[in-house]
Write a protein that binds this ligand. Structure first.
Ligand code: G3P
Ligand code: MG
Length: 347
């Protein structure tokens, strides 16, 4: 990218560019770095002059951005700040004004309740805690050998109505989770009720598949959503009403662009002794999205248009030989199913 981007420019008129890295299938598989990833990041951070602003733009999550930044620093060997981390659930912050005061149910792996509390939600209960509060809600509990999270709740808390459900990260126990979410949704947030208006439901992302350590892509949050939707509709006869965040939503790319512009302005003032008028006026003129999933990473970057330019890699979900047919990587105008855009090329 660096050599391509600068190929036709003199050093004084160098325009700045930024990079948004997808994580799963691009930098990591499970918690294993993909070959060359740590080295590539350190090139951008330590060796490039000026430094290249970059962010991690993932649909994953389950911990707060600060904790994810620490984990990424450890795994990838580069200094990562909290502001460089945009997770699937990061936009949930903006919902505090509407739902910060109601009791919210937090679902998913990791620390979903701490994530929402960290964003300012006042009364959060994780689905595991909620299941523990309600005796016999999961008839298969006795067969589950893993230890339940035990927290003592007063009966007053148990009776409190759930005002919104947030699927923060990939759910672990689909059987229990679908059962409990259906109980909450169909009863208006009060499972002992027969029925009631569906409380708002939010998903951090809608990935059908994602790449982990296993060679074949695994079911993601979008697959869980489909399972829940199908069962909820069979149960109630009503459509499931929900909102999904994450890539390919346009707002995610806007947020990433803003963060990259902010990082670029820090670099302009720190690293470039004599910034060109273009540097000062425009900041970044290109933002590269490097992803492994045409349906999320590339679809979203194409829809966002300039300054986004997408690059599709073969280290994750996408395994094709040519560029993807539905969402070819490149810029918005790229429609040719030509060779994969591992090296960025402007149209
Ligand atoms: O659970 C993570 C997954 O759905 C996608 O992660 O980094 O490929 O956007 P990523
Ligand atoms: Mg990915």
């Amino acid at each position: 990218i660096i050599s391509h981007h600068y190929s036709h420019r003199t050093s004084s008129s160098r325009s700045l560019f930024g990079i948004a890295f997808d994580i799963d299938g691009v930098l990591l598989r499970g918690s294993k770095p993909i070959e060359g990833a740590p080295e590539a990041l350190s090139q951008l951070y330590e060796n490039a002059q000026p430094r290249v602003p970059f962010v991690f733009l993932t649909n994953g999550g389950g911990v707060l951005e600060s904790k994810k930044a620490f984990e990424l620093s450890q795994l990838l060997g580069v200094v990562v700040s909290e502001t460089q981390v945009l997770l699937g659930h990061t936009p949930f912050r903006k919902l505090v004004n509407s739902y910060g005061g109601v009791r919210t149910l937090a679902v998913g792996k990791g620390e979903p309740a701490s994530v929402l509390s960290g964003y300012g939600f006042q009364d959060v209960v994780s689905l595991d805690e909620y299941a523990f509060e309600h005796d016999d809600i999961d008839p298969l509990k006795q067969y589950k050998t893993w230890a339940p999270i035990r927290t003592a709740y007063s009966s007053q808390q148990r009776e409190k109505k759930i005002g919104a459900v947030f699927v923060v990260s990939d759910p672990i126990d689909w059987g229990q989770d679908i059962q409990v979410i259906c109980d909450v949704l169909r009863s208006g947030g009060e499972p002992e009720n027969e029925s009631g208006p569906q409380p708002p439901l939010f998903f951090a992302a809608d990935d059908f598949l994602y790449q982990s350590l296993f060679p074949i892509a695994r079911f993601g949050m979008g697959a869980f959503r489909l399972a829940l939707e199908s069962i909820f509709t069979r149960l109630t006869g009503n459509p499931l009403i929900y909102t999904s965040f994450g890539k390919p939503q346009a707002s995610v790319y806007k947020d990433a662009e803003r963060t990259l512009q902010h990082l670029a302005s820090e670099i302009i003032f720190k690293d470039i002794k004599f910034p060109s008028p273009d540097n000062l006026k425009e900041g970044l003129n290109t933002t590269y999205m490097i992803g492994d999933n045409p349906y999320t990473d590339i679809c979203g970057a194409r829809a966002a248009g300039a300054p986004w330019y997408s690059i599709l890699v073969r280290t994750g979900c996408f395994k094709g030989k040519e560029n993807d047919k539905c969402f070819p990587a490149g810029c918005r105008q790229c429609t040719r199913s030509s060779r994969i855009y591992i090296a960025a090329r402007r149209c």
